[in-house]
Design a protein. Structure first.
Length: 165
């Protein structure tokens, strides 16, 4: 099997397992997404659907960049071998988490339940704790000064235009 095919299969596996569980299976099974009724006449739900599509597109773009430039996947167990600072990563350090959050926000606008709002809040808390407590220290250790420079130029959550623009 070619290394590119193997990387693609690993990326698909981790995509199904991680964001697939967070933004797909858990909301469907546990926080009311399967019971939601959708109406094209409800502008809030239509906007929610647009957010889901936007988030899915952003997520796919990030996964592609991790594979293409980083030679790895979105999983902490199978991370990129190179620091990825191209594509959406030029504007925000965590575009995958932003993408999943966008999907979840869209789902919340469709479902509109307290349970889903609590789930989204829990996701935001968990992801912040993970990024600050594990991901950023690990990236500092792996990529050193290159990552430090990157953190000074690109915000964690709020997109910025890259220097020179």
């Amino acid at each position: 099997m070619s290394s590119a095919l193997w990387l693609a299969l690993r990326s698909l596996f981790w995509t199904a397992l991680l964001p697939g569980m967070v933004a797909g299976w858990v909301p469907w099974r546990y926080v009311g997404l399967q019971e939601a009724s959708f109406s094209w006449r409800d502008p809030i739900q239509v906007f929610g659907l647009i957010l889901i599509a936007l988030g899915a597109g952003l997520l796919a773009t990030c996964i592609w960049e991790f594979a293409r430039k980083g030679k790895g996947t979105l999983s902490p167990a199978d991370p990129p071998r190179h620091l990825v600072v191209q594509g959406l990563y030029r504007y925000v350090r965590n575009p995958m988490y932003v993408a999943v959050t966008t999907i979840l926000l869209g789902e919340l606008l469709i479902v509109r339940t307290t349970a889903f709002a609590v789930y989204l809040a829990g996701w935001l808390l968990a992801v912040n704790l993970f990024i600050i407590g594990y991901e950023e220290p690990t990236l500092r250790h792996l990529f050193g000064a290159e990552y430090e420079q990157y953190t000074k130029q690109v915000g964690r959550w709020i997109p910025r235009l890259p220097p020179g623009r």
